[in-house]
Write a protein that binds this ligand. Sequence first.
Ligand SMILES: Cc1cc2nc3c(=O)[nH]c(=O)nc-3n(C[C@H](O)[C@H](O)[C@H](O)COP(=O)(O)OP(=O)(O)OC[C@H]3O[C@@H](n4cnc5c(N)ncnc54)[C@H](O)[C@@H]3O)c2cc1C
Ligand code: FES
Length: 274
Amino acid sequence: MYKILKKEVLNQAVILMDVEAPYVSARCEAGQFVIVRVDDEGERIPLTIADFDREKNSVTIIFQVVGYSTKLMAGLEAGDSFCDFVGPLGQPAPFELDKWNRVIGIAGGVGAAPLYPQLKKLSEEGVEVSVIIGGRSAEFVILAEKFEQFCKNVYIMTDDGSLGGKGFVTNKLQELIESGEKYDHAIAIGPLIMMKNVVAVTKKYDLHTAVSLNPIMIDGTGMCGGCRVTVGGETKFACVDGPDFDGFLVDFDECMHRQSFFKEEEHECMMRLS
Ligand SMILES: Cc1cc2nc3c(=O)[nH]c(=O)nc-3n(C[C@H](O)[C@H](O)[C@H](O)COP(=O)(O)OP(=O)(O)OC[C@H]3O[C@@H](n4cnc5c(N)ncnc54)[C@H](O)[C@@H]3O)c2cc1C
Ligand code: FES
């Protein structure tokens, strides 16, 4: 069993948990993920490792309550345990430290959680990092103070202008590039539509961009094919080949189509809890 050491509600839909998981915390790197189950009948839920503390044997997960299993998880408290906490899974984020001096991260909503360990690691390696964090409104902007600890600039954008600039992260990105800011690399993590739109901007300026894909996963070990994505015309399995890929090569439309396959079943499950 994997004990929850700490629970923090970040906003009405997003929860942070520190979980005791010595095997994972000893081996994980930025960009990898875990698959958790609440109990032995539970669904397997992939979640990015948002942070880890090798001395305390703990791993931080940050999740948005979107459906049946994340709602069950939200009901757990510090002192409760997960039945499974499997990882680290996937590839560490592919950094090119010899080529990157300035990197810009772009996060949409809960995408700030998977972006955080990547920018933190780059900063520890001496890369100058800045971040644009976007949310529907002020309440949905998470981790800004944590990014401030190592980012040169933290830009905030909200759809309604209740915090930072009004508009989308792509508006800020375009503005920064047009004002003459130069970056060697971009990392965008958030909803598929947001990553697709970020890439539409960065492609114009040939600013190479990594994205983190979150297709539906089942086993997380490359066997079921559930997480199939097309990258550069080739089939990849996000769980073992990713989850980070070259954003210029990802077929986003296919990803979005595949992600909506089980909408009806997901809705029915959620109704059972309400
Ligand atoms: C590698 C990876 C890392 C992820 N990291 C995070 C994270 O750090 N924080 C976070 O909030 N979310 C993350 N997700 C998404 C998270 O796994 C889903 O939100 C969760 O599985 C939803 O389950 P549910 O039963 O609550 O919702 P459901 O009602 O079952 O589904 C709601 C939506 O969640 C997605 N989803 C459902 N089941 C799965 C599944 N088995 N695998 C992937 N997506 C699924 C689908 O888009 C679906 O439409 C990640 C997904 C992947 C693949
Ligand atoms: S989740 Fe089964 S192959 Fe990736």
